[in-house]
Design a protein around this ligand. Sequence first.
Ligand code: NAP
Length: 463
Amino acid sequence: MTDYFSVKNPATGDLIQEVKINTEEEINLALKKGHDSFKKWSKINAHERSRLLQKWSKKINENKEEIAKVMTMENGKPLSESLGEVDYSTSYIDWYAEEAKRIYGRTIPANTESKRILVTKQPIGLVAAITPWNFPAAMMARKAAPALAAGCTFIVKPAVETPLTTIKFIELAHEAGIPEGVIQYVNGRGSMIGDLFSNSDYVRKITFTGSTPVGKELIRNSADTIKHVTMELGGHAPLIVAADADIDYAVKQTVGTKFRNAGQTCVCANRLIVHESILDEFTEKFVAEVKKLKVGNGLDEGTTVGPIINEKGFNKIVAQIKDAKEKGAEVVLGDKYDANQEKGYFFVHPTVLKNVNTDMIIMHEETFGPVAPITSFKTIEEAVELANSTPYGLAAYFFTTDYRTGTYLHDHLDFGIIGWNDGGPSAAHAPFGGMKESGLGREGGIEGIEPYLETKYMSIGGI
Ligand code: NAP
């Protein structure tokens, strides 16, 4: 009997489409197909792979409006953000279409006259990816593009909440001429498919974006077959506003990084750490700006904050706000909800909390919702200590116009991505990724293709 799961619109609870759950047998066949296709794909020259990636990008662009609409329907984010995500996704495909042609080796001077040492790179094999619901296109494109550019084959399992964007992307890759066995998707529960990926001898690399606990499990399960792993995991970004910051600019940037995708982003500012001398002015201006946000269905004109993806995510946010209030936080704005359990939609209105302290759960756990907790600091050393007091190390932001404060913060913050007077640092040409429990490896930039390559060296002796 064929099993299906329902993809529902988180803004209304309405059914969008039933999607077939792949059986274990089908998934194993897909893995074999990916493995078999590698022999041919890895030998296609880099210029041809580059041309095919360019064609894929063009096809996605031609279908941009349709894809964005599907994304908003299954994920809930405002349509303008979905359109932005499609562009962001193709920027990775375009970048790696170029990088395909720049996979260089090197020669090393040998220690005897008669020898030569030659270093080359080769693709590692079949790559299996698992992606989350919060960026259904970009998280996949950021993995598929470098994998294909390197000459690897690729198979992805998207999140059950948002498989439709991924399916569309992969159909377009096939239309662009990338062979079916080279890029594939499978659908079903992560726990089952993750085990099949981890245990398969065909898979040479697991690349995962999602929560830290699942990432740890995938690393453990990949150990038996010594797979390569790239892990893009959770975050708990601090955002520091120094006494000398341009407050109006900092407020605008903070609203952008905090409330994009209703706060459901891994790089989302989770703790606002503001110098005590500007705390009142910053809070007042921030609240005034947050009040301009409009909560609603992402397909409606003017919506800037969509729904929370599901009830589990909603309950976590509500519990964090409740805990903060019980421990003395003051609600300056929000703590307002529009939820219907029966229909299956859950909205949280943008919420600002002040007087937060480190006893509160919100200061330690990822919120993944539109809630901004504000705390203050006296010295820059204190701000750094507060910012670094987390097992996460993905993104950090700071606002200062002072060169010494900026360079001090850059040097002392233990985060893989730093935004100095910049609430949106992510770009295809930069190495995105986290330190500590936020992950292993980088996606984007020249660094992003390395994890898909093996290094081989040959020593050529004299006869
Ligand atoms: P999640 O629960 O870890 O799910 C992510 C993906 O993993 C989904 O496809 C899920 O499948 C699958 N999965 C679940 N359990 C699994 C298991 N035992 N084995 C293998 N796969 C499994 O994370 P989420 O809550 O959906 O996503 C949000 C998290 O992603 C946040 O922590 C966020 O910070 C992180 N994130 C990180 C980055 C980054 O670049 N560092 C970017 C975006 C998001 P199902 O469909 O079955 O749920």
